[in-house]
Design a protein around this ligand. Structure first.
Ligand code: HEC
Ligand code: HEC
Length: 463
């Protein structure tokens, strides 16, 4: 979680006409300067939202270039929608990553059905494929560039030595020194690049179950592709099955990187950031609560500010956290009480299996277009944003509302083996409370935050 000190000085000022105010440490370069604690407002903080709902600090966003797709990316687009590539002949990438649903699942099933006979259930919720274009390689450390020269195992050793500092809003220097898992694709970061990634679903027996490389290559040679492959790579390569398949995967990756539909940045929030839209009072309150460390504190992990270079925010810090979301009995794999999806430490990635301090950690997903989804979290346990907000608010303060009660005792963090439950994040608000204490957010705060989240849906047409 990346921390920016936020000093929320005004809470309900919007309706009374005063500006919403907050101070973002991220906006000031001196990260190591001592900061005033929350609530100790010694000087007036700049406004987060103006009384009329406008952005007090409009920015010029640096958006990815929009240009015609390369020939390889066009080939990738065809492959993305081609059901023939699957073992069953019935599933394409788009079946699970639907373009009409922000490249997320087209339905409310927690996991999708695949396999060559369409009778195998997936094990995790389908993530959106949008806004992955800036995702860095998986690493453990404060900074990706520095990590490039050392191996993952060395990083793990470093990560163990570093004390897991309390991630507070006011000690940004200590937080920066904290070594945390970050980057990568999939809920557990087990692959780095979009190209490397595509052979996962293509050959995964639970997903497209395409069979062997030879089978896929034969399909690529037949049908409409043969000519495109020949034109792109030369006729001499057509016999090389491995080459054909890896070029196909490369093409799929190029499609996802080049096609603007994967990173449209056409939400109301993007317009607002650029001074071209105003929040309604509800959205404005939601935005402030989303940022307020005493309320949602969502922006601590789901970053919502543009970078200093004008890069639009992706609503993820691309780090991993153990939130302890409840077990989802609707996932067939969960019928086995000994089965546990523990994210970074397995079972689907194996290189960190013994780093038990990471058990239960999953990648922080983007919240762009989250309000269009029908399943939430890595195990798809919730079906509405209202339930997600309840989870954040009541996980610690009213745990019986979130977890099953077994023999009169709340089985908190029931989706993790008991020995790893200590990994669950207890320091970051709104998770810094105890049972019976007042929840961080009121019912209205939560409704307001949901209204704000809806401003992150792409395709905004004004209003
Ligand atoms: C049967 C459903 C299904 C199909 C078909 C499918 N995927 Fe996925 N995809 C998933 C699931 C589930 C995940 C998350 C898996 C995990 O985290 O372990 C995923 C994850 C991904 C990710 C990582 C996203 C992220 O946020 O890190 C990418 C990229 C991706 N798929 C691309 C593809 C491509 C390309 C195809 C076609 C070759 C494809 N998928 C076909 C279900 C599917
Ligand atoms: C400490 C970091 C952290 C904070 C604070 C945080 N989140 Fe998250 N969020 C995560 C992680 C990690 C996940 C994925 C967890 C999982 O699936 O196990 C997640 C998942 C989500 C999802 C599901 C998205 C999807 O595609 O399934 C939503 C919605 C969400 N968060 C909204 C919020 C809101 C609203 C707040 C503030 C009330 C908030 N988050 C605060 C880290 C955080």
């Amino acid at each position: 979680m990346v921390r920016r000190a936020l000093l929320i000085a005004a809470t309900a000022a919007f309706l009374t006409g005063a500006a919403w105010t907050a101070e973002a440490a991220g906006a000031t370069p001196a990260a190591s300067a001592p900061r005033a604690p929350v609530g100790a407002a010694s000087r007036p903080a700049p406004a987060l939202v103006l009384p009329d709902g406008a952005n007090p600090h409009p920015v010029h966003l640096v958006l990815p270039p929009r240009k015609p797709l390369s020939a390889v990316a066009r080939l990738g687009r065809e492959l993305f929608f081609d059901r023939r590539l699957s073992g069953s002949g019935r599933v394409s990438c788009a079946s699970c990553h639907s373009p009409e649903h922000a490249y997320g699942p087209p339905n409310a099933l927690p996991v999708q059905i695949g396999g060559s006979r369409m009778n195998r259930f997936g094990v995790r919720a389908v993530p959106s494929l949008e806004y992955l274009y800036r995702q860095q390689n998986f690493s453990i450390g404060p900074d990706n560039e520095e990590n490039e020269t050392i191996t993952l195992q060395q990083l793990v050793q470093l990560g163990k030595q570093a004390t897991r500092v309390r991630k507070t809003a006011h000690d940004t220097a200590a937080t920066a020194a904290n070594l945390v898992p970050q980057g990568g694709l999939f809920w557990d970061g087990r692959v780095n690049t979009l190209q490397q990634q595509a052979d996962g679903p293509l050959f995964n027996p639970l997903e497209m179950d395409a069979g062997s490389v030879a089978t896929v290559a034969a399909k690529l040679r037949s049908g409409g592709y043969a000519r495109e492959f020949q034109q792109l790579f030369g006729p001499g390569m057509m016999d090389n099955a491995q080459f054909l398949v890896s070029e196909a995967l490369f093409a799929l990756a190029r499609f996802q990187i080049e096609d603007p539909s994967f990173h449209p940045f056409t939400s109301k929030y993007d317009a607002w950031l650029q001074g071209k839209a105003r929040f309604t009072p509800t959205q404005a309150r939601g935005y402030v609560a989303f940022n307020d460390p005493r309320k949602g504190d969502c922006a601590a992990c789901h970053l919502d500010r543009p970078g200093a270079d004008g890069q639009p925010p992706l609503f993820s810090d691309t780090q991993y956290e153990a939130l302890g979301v409840p077990r989802n009995p609707a996932i067939p794999a969960n019928r086995d009480p000994h089965y546990h999806d523990m994210g970074l430490c397995g079972p689907y990635r194996t290189d960190l299996a013994r780093q038990t301090q990471y058990c239960g950690m999953f990648l922080t997903p983007t919240l762009r277009n989250a309000a269009t989804r029908h399943v939430f979290f890595h195990n798809g346990v919730y079906h509405s944003l209202a339930r997600v907000l309840d989870f954040y608010d009541f996980r610690d303060t009213r745990p019986a509302r979130i977890y099953p009660v077994v023999d009169g005792k709340v089985d908190k963090y029931d989706d993790l083996p008991a020995r790893y439950r200590a990994n669950v994040d207890h320091t970051d608000p709104p998770f810094d409370r105890k049972a019976g204490q007042r929840p961080a957010m009121s019912a209205r705060d939560m409704r307001d935050i949901i209204a704000f989240l809806k401003t992150l849906n792409d395709g905004w047409r004004g209003g």
